[in-house]
Every structure is written in structure tokens, then in C-alpha cells.
Design a protein around this ligand. Structure first.
Ligand SMILES: [Zn+2]
Length: 76
């Protein structure tokens, strides 16, 4: 039991999962895989932001569509 205890949850704040990996997949074919803490720093996203809030605001840099994204534990 509790096998997924450490799996990132949508209500986790960024700072709590900064070492995890953000995976972004867009319908246009663009993929991105980046450490969450680094991504937040690069984009100027406050680390208190919750994962689901951050994901809801994502836009593909290439086509501006809303991509699918999730946060998973490393290794990066
Ligand atoms: Zn795209």
C-alpha cells in the first residue's frame, strides 16, 4: 500500500516538486522535458503555484495551443 505516496499530485506546489520532471506534449508535435524547478525559474513562475494551476496556464511556444502536460518523478 501507499505505492504512489511519492507520485506528484495536481495540488502539490512547484517548490515541493521542483526536482521532478515536467513533460509537455503538444498536438503540433512539440515535446519538452525539463526539470520543474528550472522550468519555473526560466518562465518566472512563482514556486508557490500549484501544479494544476501551472499546467492550466501552459501554452506551446511553437503554436500557442494548450499542450498536454504532467509532472513525474525523476530521473530526469
Ligand atoms: Zn504546439
Amino acid at each position: 500500500m501507499a505505492a504512489n505516496y511519492n507520485r506528484p499530485k495536481p495540488i502539490d506546489p512547484i517548490w515541493y516538486r521542483r526536482s521532478c520532471v515536467l513533460r509537455i506534449t503538444c498536438p503540433c508535435g512539440r515535446h519538452e522535458k525539463i526539470q520543474l524547478g528550472e522550468f519555473a525559474r526560466m518562465r518566472g513562475i512563482p514556486e508557490k503555484t500549484l501544479l494544476y494551476e501551472m499546467i492550466a496556464r501552459l501554452r506551446c511556444r511553437q503554436c500557442r495551443q494548450r499542450p498536454y502536460a504532467d509532472v513525474v518523478r525523476g530521473p530526469y
